[in-house]
Design a protein around this ligand. Structure first.
Ligand code: PMP
Length: 415
């Protein structure tokens, strides 16, 4: 008898399966609106100008230690820069104030295998050492959140997020459910900015109310930050919610999973960090947390990868490169915004039935179009346009060359 014949039929990842279907589609009209990766106006991947500069510099350096192991906790210069970018500390280390120093001491940071790894290490750490009864996720959320927490054996609960009628964040419904059902010691997963898949974020006033609820009910905030700088184009604006929670009095415990895949275009290099924020009452606690995070990392994969984090560290550590990187972020976020407008204008021009303002109101990489499953499948089968079954499109797949075709095809399936 073979041992593995009765395995459950594990689900296929929708996004990667869709990407494969797109790749093997021979139709010249095909359009990929599936995977959340940045593309240029010509539909090509874009190594950021800053990243290219650092790569050239590194190839000249020919440093013989460039393939060595990192420490288990990762490159400490990288994790410190990652932390400073997230929490709003001055990235020029020589200008640290005493208040900043104290604030930094609340945080335990480790390098991770990009954002997914940060979500995973955070979930594993909390499952072992915090033992939440439930983890709360928005409906909808990034599908991998479900997988990551399910694998840790923590019961998942959902709070309403997207209102299909208003195409906006359903603040009232979300708060009502959390107020009534979330219990002390639960974890709540929050998208720091540019919510995936909806492109809809809470307003600052709404964030304040969510923070107040977490503090009052002792719910542990778990921020997932995968798009810092991608939503508004400003790294500070996009970190507003994380920094608000971090600076609240009395101090809250919380954590952040940070990805550099999108904002540095380092997708395959797996650069990321996990930060656990203590309440600061016990100065020995962050060190203890970091040791336990390292224990998990060592047992799983020893340490994160070196190349991507070296590039990020170099850019964040240099004022000129950082300025140039902000320009790269503006290049990407402006192109996304202009493609939203192009798609919206085309749909208006065609008088496509329905309302489409949400396409320009939503932010970040994705738009939740409101297209139905039937329409999504028709777009794929008849027009070779690939998007998620939920109707989520990755705006970066649009270009001046294909936006009219995409709008016309949407118009056809909607009528
Ligand atoms: N969280 C969210 C919400 C995301 O959209 C992504 C990227 N798809 C990630 C985390 C992590 O991505 P990565 O592991 O490539 O950094």
């Amino acid at each position: 008898l073979s041992s593995f014949s009765n395995l459950p039929n594990a689900p296929v990842d929708e996004i990667f399966a869709l990407n494969h279907a797109y790749t093997i589609d021979a139709d010249p009209r095909k359009v990929n609106l599936g995977m959340g990766v940045y593309r240029t106006a010509e539909g090509q991947p874009w190594p950021l100008s800053t990243v290219q500069k650092v790569e050239e510099e590194q190839s000249r350096e020919n440093n013989c230690a460039r393939h060595e192991y990192l420490p288990i906790e990762g490159d400490s210069v990288f994790t410190a820069a990652a932390r400073d970018l997230m929490f709003g500390f001055n990235l020029n280390n020589n200008t640290e104030t005493p208040a900043e120093k104290a604030a930094k001491q609340r945080i335990a940071s480790v390098q991770t295998v990009a954002g997914t790894g940060a979500n995973h290490i955070g979930a594993a750490f909390l499952a072992h050492h915090y033992k939440p009864k439930h983890v709360w996720m928005s409906t909808p959320t990034w599908a991998n959140h479900h997988t990551i927490w399910d694998l840790q054996g923590i019961e998942r609960k959902t709070y309403p997020y997207f209102n299909a009628v208003t195409c906006a964040f359903d603040f009232g419904a979300a708060l009502a459910v959390l107020e009534a059902e979330a219990v002390e010691g639960d974890v709540i997963l929050l998208h720091a900015c540019a919510h995936n898949p909806t492109g809809v974020d809470p307003s600052k006033e709404q964030w304040k109310a969510i923070a107040e609820l977490c503090q009052r009910k002792h719910i542990f905030p778990f921020f997932d930050s995968a798009y810092q700088g991608f939503a508004s184009g400003s790294v500070d604006e996009d970190a507003w919610a994380v920094r608000y929670f971090f600076n609240m009095e009395p101090r809250m415990e919380m954590c952040v999973a940070q990805s550099f895949s999108k904002n540095f275009g380092l997708y395959g290099h797996r650069a990321g960090a996990f930060h656990l924020v203590t309440n600061g009452l016990n100065p020995a606690e962050p060190g203890l947390v970091q040791k336990n995070l390292c224990h998990i990392i060592r047992g799983e994969y020893s340490m994160g990868p070196r190349l991507g984090s070296t590039i990020v560290k170099r850019i964040l550590g240099d004022e000129d490169l950082r300025t140039q990187w902000h320009g790269d972020l503006t290049t990407m976020s402006s192109r996304l915004r202009s493609m939203r407008e192009s798609l919206y204008n085309e749909l208006l021009r065609l008088k496509t039935p329905g309302t489409w303002e949400h396409i320009v109101n939503q932010i970040g990489m994705f738009s939740y179009t409101g297209l139905t499953l039937k329409q999504v499948l028709a777009l794929k089968d008849e027009f070779h346009i690939y998007m998620l079954k939920s109707g989520r499109v990755s705006i970066s797949g649009l270009s001046e060359n294909n936006v009219a075709y995409v709008a016309q095809s949407i118009d056809n399936v909607v009528r």
